[in-house]
Design a protein around this ligand. Structure first.
Ligand code: PGA
Length: 256
């Protein structure tokens, strides 16, 4: 298989799940897994309240810890928000931005997402920027149009910090539904996105940027999805809370 030179990226988005016991037990399970961290980044995203304990539990492992969200503002009078500066202060170096649940339930529109990307990068965070179409948009043939529109926000906000960005393509209809895009469907969008980046940013960024797939990834489908040329890893929700995540991490070996 032709290798892309891009390091595989496997993210586990715990969403609003877990308690202290889960964080302790699951982290110690994850810590026991063997993977080659020079070939694969593994990043878990606990809730804000569990970030510090996950960091402590995973200390000494190669697993990185990410926030699920970040404030669009700096420190200040923004009740309930967590700033990029505060994440850095806790030694958190990653955050998700623009997850579809944030877009759907918490008003994260393109303007908000752009601001979050800018402030996260300004503070030196790495970002997993999420995009993806809804079912009706796919059915109307608007998948690329929707994703490109979301990509424009990312391009306008990233500046020259592309080495700090991972794109997660997550079709909304596949998230938490058990309906996964087929490898062909996912590859088609990933390839179109990479081509779009080539034309609208440059060839170097297009060849280096990691585009990961998310939406009902399981231990059953990860090995076929990962074989697609433009799929550089996964963002995993439900299955990242279970021991299945070990098999999903191990899928990077299919790409070696
Ligand atoms: P899922 O979630 O794997 O449970 O579909 C993916 C995500 O929301 O990132």
């Amino acid at each position: 298989m032709e290798t892309s030179g891009r390091k595989i990226f496997i993210g586990g988005n715990w969403k609003s799940n877990g308690d202290r016991k889960f964080v302790k037990d699951h982290s110690s399970y994850l810590k026991s897994l063997n993977f080659d961290s020079s070939k694969c980044d593994v990043v878990v995203c606990p809730t804000f309240i569990h970030l510090e304990s996950a960091l402590n539990e995973l200390n000494g492992s190669n697993i990185l810890v990410s926030a699920q969200n970040v404030s669009m503002n700096d420190n200040g009078a923004f009740t309930g928000e967590i700033s990029a500066k505060q994440l850095k202060d806790f030694n958190i170096h990653w955050t998700l931005i623009g997850h579809s649940e944030r877009r759907q339930f918490f008003g994260d529109n393109e303007d908000v997402i752009g601001k979050k990307i800018k402030i996260a990068l300004l503070n030196g965070l790495n970002i997993i920027a999420c995009i993806g179409e809804k079912l009706e948009e796919r059915n109307e043939g608007k998948t690329l149009e929707v994703c490109v529109n979301q990509m424009k926000t990312i391009v306008d906000s990233v500046g020259s910090n592309w080495d700090k960005v991972v794109i997660a393509y997550e079709p909304v209809w596949a998230i938490g539904t058990g309906k996964t895009a087929t490898p062909e469907m996912a590859q088609e969008v990933h390839q179109q996105l990479r081509n779009w980046v080539k034309e609208n940013v440059n060839e170097e960024v297009a060849s280096k940027i990691r585009i990961i797939y998310g939406g009902s990834v399981t231990e059953g489908n990860c090995n076929t999805l990962i074989k697609e040329k433009d799929i550089d890893g996964f963002l995993v929700g439900g299955a990242s809370l279970k021991s299945d995540f070990a098999k999903i991490i191990a899928s990077y070996e299919q790409k070696l």
